[in-house]
Write a protein that binds this ligand. Sequence first.
Ligand SMILES: [Cu+2]
Length: 185
Amino acid sequence: MSSRLVSSLLALATAATVVSCGSAETPTAAAPATTAPAAAPATAPAAATPAAPALSITDPWVKTAKEGMTAAFGTLVNNSAADVTVVSGASPLSPMIELHEVVDKDGKMVMQPKQGGFVVPAGGSHELAPGGDHIMIMDAKEPVEPGAEVPFTLTLADGGTFAFTAIGKDFAGAKEDYQPGSHNG
Ligand SMILES: [Cu+2]
């Protein structure tokens, strides 16, 4: 290979570099203020957020207790166009969480597991309240103090879950029997 050809190629490459450097410098120096609007298009893909969850809960709370039995309440709201059925519940507060209802047995209000779970109608709500349906905590492992934040996770019939945090609240007026075993002695 002749050294003359090599030097010719180098000369071409050098010329091209000079041209590209010169053309690149012009826009850089021209408009330093044009970089700010670049952030705007980044927000457009946010439309791809996941659909709103079907369930929500209004004013969730859990009855304060030293330990053992207590219950959680609130109004389950169904934001979807299909019924949602809650089939079970869980909480770090206790390994035994049940879905309960209160029924009249021989004039005495007693609670028992609700067959089929809690059905929250499409576009409607299902109230969990003292004296009615409730999330039963059978064996709380630690005290529930006023203002405590107790996490719960509900499992739905379709396999989905719904998590919320209930706030510890004193309540003395519950009519259901929270101590079913205490009447046998
Ligand atoms: Cu109960």
